[in-house]
Design a protein around this ligand. Structure first.
Ligand code: GDP
Ligand code: MN
Length: 396
């Protein structure tokens, strides 16, 4: 589950990670109140107004702006709230901004220039260990850094039996070229960041930039935090951070009926039981020259009701030109599923794209007969390849 920057910072802060302080606001009036309160806490009169949407690159899209007085706080908040923010990470239509974070300006002048670093914590799937990825090149696209100057990206892998050790945090601070106060601050920052990562059951922290202020404080200026959905049951307070306005409406609906659905860009809808078979089916569609419109695992109990719910979800997507149903009947009998498909088709009455059904397993032959005799625009296939060829045929 993705959360907003301000929520990510709340989590970090609760584990003692220093963050750029801020208060979230829903409208320009609240924004001014927030700015006043922050000034009392921090003493700074300058604030940054930051659009809160689930997408990065907000600065580039005009979603992060500096306000030098309360009047500017009000004006800029008014511009940003309600705008459709387009960034390199959103679609061309952008994302509607419902709220802004009013944050203290931490790029104030001093003895040194403020400096930006990049830091993320994530799982290295190749080694099965968490790692901290970091770079001196903060504030910009890490993808660009990886492409043009890969030697400026460092990794620190963590042994799960010991956790992050202090010498590793010191190595990070050293590689970032720090010394003195900033060095100590960075080791503390890294240790608490990693503790926050593991204790919050996150799957990704991306802090870009981590800032060294002009007076050598180290803090998180941005926070992209992804929480592990499977661990939300033990973090009730985090579960409440879900903002459904930021999620795909179809995915929200799918979750409500307990279907495992991921929206994709293609033209072939898929309904499959089992995540592995769903992945293989998507490969198959690609191989046949199509593009999957979704990932959908209907789970072990593919009865008529579930099949109908799944069809409804898939058909909400107007890009869908064909639907491939690929079900392995192990626990569930194929003829049951076939009946479910025929019933759902008739019940819904508005299915106007061809459906290719591949049922394998218990009673597959009876299922094929059921489909073939239904008189509906449904094609049955027995072999994987047959199904692929049929998809290609109906798309042509
Ligand atoms: P992103 O564009 O979505 O990644 O949003 P960030 O939170 O990373 O902010 C974008 C940029 O805004 C940062 O890289 C900074 O250059 C700038 N910025 C953020 N906070 C401040 C601040 O307190 N003062 C100033 N002057 N600039 C800031
Ligand atoms: Mn950022």
């Amino acid at each position: 589950m993705n959360i907003h920057e301000y929520q990510g910072k709340e989590i970090l802060s609760s584990f003692g990670v220093r963050v750029q302080r801020g208060i979230v606001a829903q409208d320009p009036k609240e924004a001014v109140e927030a700015a006043k309160k922050l000034t009392e806490q921090t003493g700074t009169g300058w604030h940054v107004i930051k659009a809160q949407v689930h997408a990065g690159g907000r600065g580039k899209g005009g979603g992060v702006k500096l306000a030098k007085n309360l009047q500017e706080v009000e004006e800029i908040s008014g511009q940003i709230i309600g705008m459709n923010l387009v960034t390199p990470q959103t679609s061309a239509e952008g994302k509607k901004v419902h709220q802004v974070l009013i944050a203290e300006d931490v790029y104030y002048p001093g003895d040194n220039e403020p400096e930006e670093y990049y830091m993320s914590v994530l799982l290295n799937r190749a080694t099965g260990r968490n790692m901290i990825m970091y770079s001196t090149e903060g504030g910009m696209d890490i993808e660009t850094v990886a492409e043009e100057t890969p030697h400026l990206i460092f990794n620190e892998e963590i042994d799960p039996s010991t956790g992050l050790l202090p010498f590793q945090a010191r190595r990070i601070a050293f590689n970032l070229g720090l010394s003195g106060t900033a060095f100590k601050e960075m080791t503390k920052f890294v240790m608490s960041l990693y503790e926050a990562f593991t204790k919050s059951d996150s799957t990704l922290f991306e802090i870009n930039p981590v800032l060294k202020t002009s007076d050598d404080k180290i803090m998180a200026v941005d926070a992209k935090v992804t929480l592990d959905d499977n661990a939300l049951f033990r973090h009730k307070d985090y579960a409440e951070m879900r903002d459904e306005r930021e999620e795909s409406p179809v995915e929200v609906e799918a979750r409500a009926v307990g279907l495992n659905y991921v929206d994709l860009d293609g033209n072939v809808g898929c309904m499959v039981n089992g995540a592995g078979l769903a992945m293989a089916t998507m490969d198959l569609i690609k191989q046949a020259g199509g593009e999957p419109a979704n990932f959908l695992d209907v789970g072990g109990t593919a009865d008529a009701k579930r099949v109908e719910e799944a069809f409804r979800l898939i058909l909400k997507d107007e890009k869908v030109k064909a639907i491939l149903v690929n079900i392995f009947g192990g626990i569930v009998r194929c003829d049951r599923v076939a009946q479910g498909i025929v019933d759902a088709y008739k019940n819904m009455g508005n299915i106007n794209v061809p459906i290719i059904v591949r049922l394998q397993g218990t009673n597959a032959d009876i299922a094929k007969e059921l489909i073939d005799n239904s008189g509906l625009d449904v094609y049955s296939a027995v072999e994987f390849q047959e199904a692929a060829d049929k998809v290609q045929e109906v798309l042509a």
